[in-house]
Design a protein around this ligand. Structure first.
Ligand code: SF4
Length: 102
């Protein structure tokens, strides 16, 4: 099966298709408002100094991140959009395909 055909079948199929995506929070930018983990408890929790912590991921002094393949990317994107200092980045594994799906 060609990729183009597969993409067409996915676009025509399940609207709740799981998409693999990465969430990353720049901890040098995060100002600990708590907005992300108040609105999206699936992906974010309170971490050190009340900064954001991406659940189940890796965290160091400068960033916290993890890769997810659930169907809740929209919630992560909303948290990123609502972060007052734009510290959150959500990157779909295949941005082109994701754009077709949503
Ligand atoms: S919304 Fe932004 S500034 Fe607030 S805790 Fe989350 S990442 Fe940090």
């Amino acid at each position: 099966m060609h990729l183009k055909q597969l993409e067409l079948e996915i676009v025509a199929g399940d609207a709740n298709l799981m998409v693999k995506y990465k969430i990353e929070v720049d901890l040098k930018t995060c100002v600990s408002t708590g907005a992300c983990f108040a609105s999206d408890r699936l992906h974010f929790q309170s971490g050190k100094n009340q900064q954001s912590n991406v659940i189940g991921g890796q965290t160091d002094e400068s960033k916290t991140s993890n890769v997810f393949d659930d169907n809740q990317i929209v919630d992560a994107q909303a948290a990123a959009k609502n972060c007052p200092v734009s510290a959150i980045t959500v990157t779909p594994n295949n941005p082109k395909l994701h754009k077709k799906i949503v």
